[in-house]
Design a binder for this molecule. Structure first.
Ligand code: HEM
Length: 264
């Protein structure tokens, strides 16, 4: 754990679309799990005498599950757009370990989080590489869960495209196979939630960077040297951007002159 007196700087990390995505996603997943479990294991009262008094209860439950699924998909589509439009910490390349730096980050974080081999945390401004890679995995899980969910809905859904998902279910081995995938993935989501919430608060404790509250307000408290390194990188990127704009303008000039001489 670090000394509380190390100078820290506030940095705006999570933009509003990322925070909205996070909480809509977390809420949907939470209630999808509850409603999914109730669909998989209907309470005994449904089969008891007088169950008909419960009316259309199970229908409403399935409707809730489908509606939450649709919200989850739309929310994820917006997040995919933001992976290309958002800031450095929201971009797609955080979630795919392609660089040596990311792999070193994963290795070092495993040493801290799992094997407890190092008492010193790894300081990242955005997601640490291990967390980001697991979010990449979660995004893939979301896609598979959404597709299998749409396949399960397709026989009763009266919407455009339902036939496509019916034939997809058929080519995947039938509705029973699809149901199994959908069911076992639900347990992977439950596991993710438990580990994720534990790790967020563990990192909040060892890093003292306000990581837990950052997903509400967007700001993190970063150690001065790490913050400086980040600002230098930002300044470099700004220079490169300006240079590119100047080159673009210079390239346009001769074309403009050519057009002017042609019109004369
Ligand atoms: C159903 C429960 C949850 C799910 C499925 C979930 C999922 C996720 C995902 C996918 C991300 C990456 C966001 C992105 O980059 O767009 C994320 C980040 C984050 N989540 Fe959650 N989350 C859940 C609950 C929570 C809770 C209860 C907290 C408590 C404060 C929390 C705190 C955070 C923080 C601080 C980050 C960003 C820091 C990082 O780990 O890199 N999450 N979460």
């Amino acid at each position: 754990m670090i000394e509380k007196k190390v100078p820290l700087r506030e940095i705006y990390v999570w933009e509003l679309p990322v925070r909205i995505f996070h909480w809509v996603n977390a809420t949907c997943i939470f209630f999808l799990i509850i409603s999914g479990l109730l669909i998989a294991y209907p309470p005994a009262i449904l089969q008891a005498d007088g169950a008909q008094q419960l009316g259309y209860w199970f229908g409403y439950l399935r409707f809730t599950h489908y509606t939450l699924g649709v919200i989850l998909i739309v929310n994820f589509l917006v997040r995919i757009y933001w992976m290309f439009a958002g800031n450095k910490f929201a971009r797609w390349n955080n979630y795919v370990p392609l660089t040596q730096r990311q792999w070193r980050g994963i290795f070092d974080t495993v040493k801290v989080d799992i094997f407890l081999l190092s008492p010193k945390p790894i300081y990242d401004i955005g997601h640490n590489s291990l967390a980001a890679t697991t979010y990449g995995g979660l995004f893939i899980m979301l896609v598979v869960q959404a597709i299998t969910g749409l396949c399960l809905w397709s026989p009763t859904a009266e919407v455009i495209g339902a036939e496509t998902f019916q034939s997809l279910a058929f080519s995947l081995g039938g509705l029973m196979v699809v149901k199994q995938i959908h069911y076992y993935l639900m347990w992977c989501f439950i596991l993710f939630m438990i580990v994720h919430i534990y790790l967020v608060f563990y990192h909040d404790y060892i890093e003292r960077s306000g990581i837990a509250s950052s997903i509400i307000g967007g700001w993190k408290f970063i150690e001065e040297p790490v913050a400086k390194e980040y600002e230098e990188e930002l300044a470099k990127q700004e220079i490169i951007k300006k240079q590119k704009e100047i080159i673009k303008e210079l390239k346009k000039e001769p074309q403009k002159e050519e057009k002017a001489t042609q019109s004369n």
